[in-house]
Design a protein around this ligand. Structure first.
Ligand code: SF4
Length: 306
């Protein structure tokens, strides 16, 4: 997700005439896109910031921004603790970066960590960074509503929302036109993708039956992307066991170009621990899903996290 986000940031900055460089000593602006999933990830960012003191000494005009989950988690505290940092921007504030940069130019520290119920960056064509020209990531959802007890994501990336399917299909088409051979549909919780015109997933229940009927599920979206080009291989990640329904498996079976691979984090083999983790499924549910995948697609590979 972070890599896909960095590509969105690069695109937003390109709009205001800022180019990317692979040489950090050449950069006038350095954004560090951060993860808070483990303490270790945050410690690495703090070490990286120490290392950047040298860059700041060499270039007094260098602007340093911390983006993403660590920015969202620590907010103003990050500006207080890391004097080197000029900008703190949460994962839903990337469009504000040009304004935040202007604030820094005016001599202030700048911060925006407001989480959104709507932002999906749907209209932004990501600038492909370090691209191999073959594989690309397409972000389809943001945030997560699941509240697993061990996970910080719902607090750092906000409520779950899905991106307009037309913009996803358009991005896939554009990648095909540019010669890409494989796309990965990305989300914290990819199978719970649900488009009903925009807004938080939690509000879906407030719609009328008719409105709900016309929504686009992950199975529908996977089919739309698979139909973009039979030679485009389509992957998706990450699946939550409670949301991996048969409809998704049927689409995988129907299209040769959907890769027969499912990453399905079990997290624990104990129903008691799963309950403590608030994973909302049991060991038996998980086993049933694995058996169903094996039954429908014996060739399908399955990977997991514990
Ligand atoms: S589903 Fe994934 S992202 Fe969401 S809270 Fe659980 S572990 Fe975190």
């Amino acid at each position: 997700m972070n890599f896909a986000d960095s590509e969105v940031v690069a695109s937003i900055m390109a709009e205001v005439g800022v180019e990317t460089t692979n040489d950090e000593m050449e950069a006038d602006i350095i954004f560090i896109n951060t993860c808070s999933i483990r303490d270790n990830a945050e410690q690495r960012i703090r070490n990286r910031l120490k290392h950047l003191r040298h860059n700041k000494r060499q270039n007094k005009d260098l602007t340093i921004g911390v983006l993403g989950c660590m920015a969202e988690r620590l907010k103003k505290q990050l500006l207080e603790e890391e004097k080197l940092v000029d900008i703190v921007a949460g994962p839903d504030a990337y469009k504000e970066l040009p304004i935040l940069l202007q604030e820094v130019e005016d001599g202030h520290k700048a911060i925006n960590v407001v989480l959104s119920l709507e932002e999906t960056y749907a209209e932004i064509q990501p600038t492909r960074l370090n691209s191999n020209g073959v594989t690309a990531l397409i972000s389809i959802t943001r945030g997560c509503d699941n509240m697993c007890s061990f996970c910080v994501v719902p607090f750092t990336r906000g409520r779950e929302r899905s991106r307009n399917p037309e913009s996803i299909v358009a991005e896939a088409r554009d990648l095909v036109a540019k010669g890409y051979k494989e796309v990965t549909l990305l989300g914290q919780n990819v199978d719970s993708y649900l488009w009903y015109g925009g807004g938080a997933r939690k509000d879906f229940d407030k719609l009328t039956a008719e409105e709900q009927e016309s929504s686009v599920s992950f199975a529908n979206l996977l089919e739309l992307v698979a139909q973009v080009d039979p030679d485009l291989r389509v992957r998706f990640s990450t699946s939550h066991p409670k949301d991996l329904h048969d409809e998704v498996l049927f689409v995988m079976m129907k299209y040769d170009n959907v890769a027969k691979h499912i990453h399905l984090p079990a997290q624990s083999g104990s129903t008691r621990i799963l309950e403590k983790m608030n994973r909302t499924y049991t060991r038996e549910w998980y086993e049933e899903r694995i058996n169903r995948i094996n039954e429908l697609m014996p060739e399908c590979s399955i990977s997991s996290d514990i």
